[in-house]
Design a protein. Structure first.
Length: 361
């Protein structure tokens, strides 16, 4: 019994001691909580990381244009907050790259204008157009020019190579030589080139007349009889056709039609020039009273005369334009040499008259 009492007393003392320790722990926690009214304190490094979160990384909010851009007869502007991921091609139009813009490709100008304030990661190619490189312009590639004009600010940067190909003129050819023999050789070479061109156009004229004799004869007849009307129609066609081609090229889906029409127009101009040369050769033969010349001989004479007239400085192009206009108008009036102009339909024969009946007695 004594042992049982001792065991009960020991268990009671242990429980009381455990209760005192629990109360002390709760008191210490309550004291720390009262000292920090906002809650328990965290380690300093963790607290600082929690209090000042890391700002997000800056993002490029510029607008991105994917794919090549083609400008034909219109204006195009790449804004300061835009990136073009492709090539920019300018055909007879105007393009501007504002400062802060970037073209991730090449910029090609064919007979148009380009004003560059921004950056170009590729090359810039200029063929018979105009280019302005402003102080803020940055070109990672090269600058290549075939004719045309380039106005480059000294502050503009072009990291690649710069090349220019300019058609030679007589003055530049003469000044680059130091010997009169060199000048003579160059003039002989120029004359040889002219002869080669004359031979080519003569062969072309012979081929046209040989392959299409009937069409050429009908169109030549229109030139003889209605040369003034034909010339007027041809000049109007020269004015209107480029406008039509540009309007078709503006619409992307009609670019193939514009190309086909342009090629057909060039062929018609050459054909018309040959027709006019044939008529001029015939007139020369008639004025000289030469009857021994064949039709091909008269054609060659007309081609040579027109070619020589076209070589006259400053005004030579006028003769070629007039000859092509008259022949082109004759082709239009004769519907490609398929009918005469003016068209006089052959009257249909009258039906045979029936004999009047003989009166009977």
């Amino acid at each position: 019994m004594f042992n049982n009492k001792n065991a009960s007393w020991s268990r009671g003392c242990g429980m009381a001691l455990s209760g005192l320790m629990l109360v002390a722990s709760l008191g210490a926690f309550a004291g720390s909580a009262s000292a920090a009214p906002n809650g328990p304190q965290l380690p300093e490094a963790v607290a600082q990381a929690t209090a000042t979160p890391r700002p997000p990384a800056a993002e490029d909010d510029r607008r991105v244009v994917d794919g090549d851009q083609t400008v034909s007869g219109t204006s195009y502007t790449l804004r300061a907050n835009e990136i073009l991921r492709g090539n920019l091609n300018v055909f007879g139009g105007n393009a501007m790259l504002e400062e802060g813009s970037r073209v991730e490709g090449n910029v090609s100008v064919f007979g148009g204008e380009a004003d560059i304030y921004g950056a170009v990661t590729g090359d810039i190619n200029v063929v018979g157009g105009s280019l302005w490189l402003r102080p803020s312009a940055r070109v990672e590639g090269g600058l290549h020019m075939l004719g045309g004009t380039v106005d480059r600010d000294p502050a503009a940067q072009v990291r690649g190579q710069t090349s220019r190909v300019t058609p030679p003129t007589v003055n530049r050819v003469v000044t680059r030589f130091n010997s009169p023999f060199d000048v003579l050789f160059d003039l002989i070479g120029a004359a040889f080139a002219k002869l080669i061109g004359l031979l080519f156009i003569t062969l072309l004229a012979i081929a046209v007349v040989t392959l299409f004799p009937n069409y050429a004869a009908v169109a030549a007849g229109v030139v003889r009889q209605q040369w003034l009307v034909a010339g007027s129609i041809g000049v109007l066609t020269f004015i209107a056709m480029p406008v039509v081609i540009v309007l078709l090229a503006i619409t992307i889906c009609l670019i193939p039609a514009a190309v086909i029409i342009a090629l057909g127009w060039v062929v018609a101009i050459l054909f018309g020039w040959v027709i006019t040369a044939r008529v001029i050769g015939e007139l020369i033969a008639n004025q000289l009273h030469v009857v021994s010349w064949s039709a091909l001989g008269q054609l060659v004479m007309g081609v040579v005369v027109l070619a020589l007239l076209g070589m006259i400085p400053i005004i030579g192009w006028i003769f070629g334009l007039l000859a092509s206009s008259v022949g082109l108008g004759a082709l239009i009036l004769s519907r490609g040499g398929t009918r005469n102009y003016p068209f006089n339909p052959t009257p249909s024969p009258a039906p045979p008259s029936l004999p009047s009946p003989t009166p009977t007695a």
